[in-house]
Structures are given as C-alpha cells and as structure tokens.
Design a protein around this ligand. Structure first.
Ligand SMILES: [Zn+2]
Length: 363
C-alpha cells in the first residue's frame, strides 16, 4: 500500500553477500520495510526483523533473513529508529543481551563469549575447587583417615617384597624420635631398586631399601622420616587425593551420574601413590621436618646430606629420567639452598641409640 505519507529515510544497507555498504533509502509501508539502493530494491517484513543493536556507537543494526543475513544500519536518532521502535522485538537485557550482542558480532564474538564463560568456570575450578577440596580433606576424622590408609597400604605393598628384618629395625629407629604427632606411625621397608619413600594417609610410611643404601649417617635417615611424617601430619596425600577427586566429582555431578563418584573413589584409591604432592607441600615437609630434627636435638646437616645424596642420583639419571621421589619434589639444588639457610643457626648432638640401630640397618 503506497501512501503519500511514506517517508524515505537514509540508512546503510549490507546485502549479506559482500561487505560492501550501500547508501539506501528506506520507507515503511504497513508491515514492510522497502529498501532501495543503487538500482535495486528489497522488501523486509517488519515482524521478521531480528533486532540486533550491537554497534554501541549510537547506531542500530538490524538483521534480516536467512544466512547470509542482510543488515541495515542507521543512527538511533534517525526518524527510522522512532518509526520502527514499536514494531521491533524488544532488546534483551543484561548478560544475555551482552552475550547476544557479542554473538551478533560474528565468529569473533562467539569466541569472545565462549572465552568469557570458560575463564569464569576455569577460575572457579582452579582457584576455588582445590581449596574446598583441601578444606574437606582437613575435616575428615583421624580414625576414618587411618582406616582409609590401611586399605591404601594393603594395595600399595601388596605386590612388593617386605624386608622384615629391616622393617623391625626401622620401627625401632623411629621409636627413638619424637615426631610430635598423634598419628599411629608405622614404618615398612620394601625391597625395590628405586631410590624412593612414600607417606600414605593415616601414618604408614614405606621406605625402599635402595634409598637406605644411599645414606651414610643416621641423621640422614632421621631427616627422611621427619620429611615423610610431615606429609602424614599435614595430610598431604589426603589433600592431594581430594584435589584429584574434586575435579572428577564436579564433572559427575554436572552430568548427574552419582554412581560414577563411587567408582572414581575406588579407582583413585588404588593409585594414590601416583598422585604427586605439590611443590609447596614438599617444601612444607622439608621445613617442618627440620623442626622435628631440632626438637630431637639431631643435626639438621643430616637433611642437607640426604639432599646431596639425592642430587648425586639426579645427576646420574639426568633431569628427564629422575626417580619418582625426586620428580615430584622441588629441584634438589633449590631444596639444599633453603634448607641450609633455614638451619644455619641450629646444630645437634650424636644420638647413641640411633647410631646403634643404624649400624644394624646398614649391615
Ligand atoms: Zn616428600
């Protein structure tokens, strides 16, 4: 329906096939928008216009039709804007409008929107989740942890050969040291070529005979045990386990599979010793281990010597092929540095009881 009231208004038209902007004359005729440009004319049905105001520079952009979309751009103070205002779908508000506008900006906008979501989710995941997991781990009663630890111990030493004689001697050795803990500590020596030792939750400490063979003084062994007992006292393996579990649990909750949580717990339980401690946990074990040495009047030089033995191993294996014990720990050089600095004002006395048991262990 043509009427002489039809007002022609200026706008920029994009035909969707090229990025070429055309100067256009736009008229409103009933339910249609007539766009004339160059020597062509297109007609839009107003109700099918996708209102996508996104330019943010006092301009409005209307989108129309199937892909490739056509666009019409004009300033918001244009008479076209007020003429169309009541006929167009309302703008969406808030975050979704923002996301929608970004998405309206094409592939780049979609990527930005995804990036924003991923950063928010990632921030929650990486910053909050480990903290919540560690807090949860710290709330578990000691009895439950000890019970859990027994199961870990059984699966851990299950396939290994226990050195019964040395285990007895190591237990006797450890009894002479006050580790200042309520955990029921239990020490086991297993026969294995790896230069390694592990702290399991609840008080079980497993020492491989190869690391005993590397040591030359009882103070080095006391240092190793002090380090491992600190892992127990600070619940490092439980915290590490909780951090590892939390991620998989969140995924299970999100996909609504509660059975999966039980399965994850069981599967994680069997490979707890593959979960590395963080460098912070290792440093904590070194420094609190030193405190145990001071408390027992043992020469902290033992810990430095232990590190130097490990450093020799490191050089032998090369950085890429370090044994597991060294792998998860801060670089040995760095450890020697902070341990030396921390302990420079401390010394200790020879401990006759430890010396005596030490001789038996080294036999
Ligand atoms: Zn450690």
């Amino acid at each position: 329906m043509f009427t002489d009231k039809c007002l022609l208004m200026k706008a920029i038209y994009y035909d969707g096939k090229t990025s070429q902007p055309y100067d256009a004359q736009v008229g409103i005729l009933g339910n249609s928008l007539t766009i004339s440009y160059e020597n062509a004319q297109v007609v839009w049905t107003i109700l099918q216009i996708d209102y996508s105001s996104f330019t943010g520079k006092g301009k409005t952009m209307l989108k129309y039709g199937e892909f490739p979309h056509q666009y019409l751009e004009f300033p918001i103070d244009s008479p076209l804007f007020s003429a169309l205002e009541n006929h167009l779908p309302k703008r969406r508000e808030g975050f979704w409008a923002f996301a929608n506008e970004l998405a309206g900006a094409g592939v780049q906008g979609v990527l930005i929107t995804i990036a924003i979501f991923v950063s928010i989710a990632g921030g929650v995941y990486f910053l909050l989740l480990p903290k919540i997991a560690e807090y949860a781990a710290s709330q578990i009663p000691m009895e439950a942890e000890v019970e859990l630890g027994k199961q870990f111990y059984d699966s851990f030493v299950g396939g290994m050969e226990i050195d019964k004689e040395r285990t007895k001697e190591l237990q006797a050795f450890a009894k002479k040291i006050d580790f200042q803990t309520g955990y029921p500590l239990k020490f086991t020596v297993v026969k294995d070529k790896q230069v390694n030792a592990f702290a399991l939750p609840g008080g079980n400490i497993v020492v491989f005979d190869a690391i005993l063979a590397k040591m030359k003084t009882p103070e080095e062994l006391a240092a190793l045990l002090s380090h491992e007992v600190t892992h127990v006292k600070e619940r490092h393996s439980l915290k590490g386990l909780a951090r590892g579990l939390a991620g998989s649990m969140v995924v299970s909750v999100l996909i609504g599979d509660m059975n999966a949580i039980g399965n994850i717990l069981v599967s994680q339980a069997s490979n707890i010793y593959e979960l590395g401690f963080t460098r912070d946990m290792e440093k904590e074990a070194d420094l609190e281990g030193l405190e145990i040495m001071y408390h027992n009047n043992l020469d902290p030089k033992g810990m430095i010597n232990l590190m130097e033995r490990l450093h020799e191993e490191e050089k032998k294996y090369g950085v890429d092929k370090m044994p597991a014990y060294l792998n998860s720990h801060p670089m040995t050089k760095e450890r020697i540095d902070y341990i030396s600095k921390e302990s420079k004002d401390h010394s200790g006395k020879k401990n006759a009881a430890l010396e005596e048991i030490w001789k038996k262990i080294k036999k």
